[in-house]
Write a protein that binds this ligand. Structure first.
Ligand SMILES: Nc1ncnc2c1ncn2[C@@H]1O[C@H](COP(=O)(O)OP(=O)(O)O)[C@@H](O)[C@H]1O
Ligand SMILES: [Mg+2]
Length: 397
């Protein structure tokens, strides 16, 4: 392609009106089909704006992937802040996704840096928290802390967050918490003490067909130009959403279908494009998790993927995966870590539900037990492509 042809690509028209509205962090102006959840949040947290003592409230949103947990919490946070401002309450909304902040300390350090401009080095978590709370009181402020994907924290960390008001005294804790978790993962975390600190659990169910239709119609009107996606295709996408119980799948199909049209210079989406886009989306596989992985975890994951592709079996053995990992490190001129660390990365990947691993006892006594690893939610070849893309960007500068 020469420069002129390159330039011309930018003047081509697009089927999108607002592609950014399909990004993960985008919060819609209207939230359909979640009135119940929003009302529950409002009745719980409105006391912060109404009562002079400004109590600490802890709620939890629960539900499967793609039911709108993140979207609902962000919508609530954004609009709650607006109402607070109107009522002259100095409210700060802080949102953390534990994919990026994997411990209580990381979250507290980040807050400390933001609110007090200190690094927090040398402080314990409690000391750092105290500084933040003192700062809030001094500024006559109040913080709503939203913590997403909270299953990635240790239960003790979760409890410590919920316990802030008890620990520091209610009058000192100008802070409330909203936790978000997948239902199945929460079972692992919940205990009596945690439960006793929760004001309310708010379960979200997957959207039914009518709801999916309403949401997708609204979202496609914002994202796409008129006549790009007709009603019949929207129906088809809504059916896919209902089948998978996952709205993210629908949003991704719209995004991918539109991008395909732009690339091929087409004016509207067709059934075939929707089908191809749908096959390309792995609804329960969350690419953003991959984006949050540390380098060594990414390398370990590619080791597992390559090993799966080579063995042709549905599972990989940890020893084989480790060898692949070593050779991948070598090819990118990265010093490989020892096997014990590799096993740690495997455990972390399992905790993130990217892989599943189980220990199997084998007959051959000399080899003892071994660890079998399988990939969840996405075919090995597909994930290999994705990872190799990331590595190109990361390691081959
Ligand atoms: N009620 C809704 N209105 C508009 N968009 C929604 C709604 N519920 C979910 N979405 C969209 O569907 C996708 C998945 O929702 P998300 O909140 O990320 O789900 P979860 O956090 O439960 O996995 C996001 O792109 C989100 O914007
Ligand atoms: Mg979410």
């Amino acid at each position: 392609m020469d420069e002129e042809a390159f330039r011309k690509q930018f003047t081509k028209k697009s089927v999108f009106k607002k592609l950014g509205s399909l990004d993960k962090s985008w919060v819609p102006d209207k939230l359909y089909c979640r009135d119940d959840a929003l009302n529950t949040l409002i009745v719980n947290y409105r006391r912060i704006l109404e009562e002079k003592e400004q109590p600490s409230i802890n709620c939890l949103i629960l539900g499967k992937g793609g039911v709108g947990k993140t979207c609902t919490s962000r919508y609530f946070g954004k609009n709650f802040k607006t109402v607070a401002t109107e009522k002259d309450v100095n409210l700060f909304i802080e949102y953390f996704d534990c994919i990026n902040f994997r411990s209580k300390s990381k979250i507290i350090r980040e807050l400390l840096a933001k609110y007090t401009h200190g690094s927090g080095r040398g402080y314990s978590d409690d000391e750092a928290l105290k500084l933040i709370l003192t700062k809030l009181i001094r500024d006559n402020g109040y913080m709503l802390l939203i913590i997403d994907e909270v299953h990635l924290l240790k239960p003790d960390d979760v409890l410590a967050f919920l316990n802030i008001a008890e620990t520091f005294g209610h009058q000192n804790a100008k802070l409330s918490i909203l936790l978000i978790c997948r239902g199945a993962d929460w079972m692992r975390i919940e205990n009596e003490r945690i439960l006793s600190r929760l004001n309310e659990k708010i379960p979200l169910e997957p959207y039914n067909f009518e709801e999916s239709m309403q949401i997708l119609t609204y979202r496609s009107e914002i994202a796409l130009r008129e006549y790009v996606l007709d009603e019949e295709l929207l129906t088809m996408i809504a059916q896919i959403v209902v089948e998978n119980k996952n709205m993210r799948h629908g949003i991704e199909i719209i995004r991918k279908s539109g991008l395909y049209c732009d690339k091929e210079g087409l004016d509207f989406i067709t059934a075939d494009i929707v089908r191809a886009a749908s096959d390309d989306v792995y609804p329960t596989f969350r690419a953003e998790i991959i984006d949050g992985l540390k380098d060594q975890e990414l390398l370990a994951l590619l080791g597992i993927v390559r090993s799966l592709m080579n063995s042709g079996t549905p599972f990989a053995l940890v020893d084989d995966a480790f060898e692949e990992y070593q050779s991948i490190c070598e090819s990118y001129s990265i010093e490989p870590h020892v096997k014990m660390s590799f096993r740690k990365y495997v455990r972390q990947l399992a905790q993130l539900k990217i892989i599943a691993s189980k220990t199997v006892r084998i007959e051959d006594a000399t080899r003892g037990r071994h660890l079998e690893i399988t990939l969840l939610d996405i075919p090995a070849g597909k994930l290999a492509e994705l990872l190799e893309d990331i590595f190109e960007r990361k390691f081959l500068k």
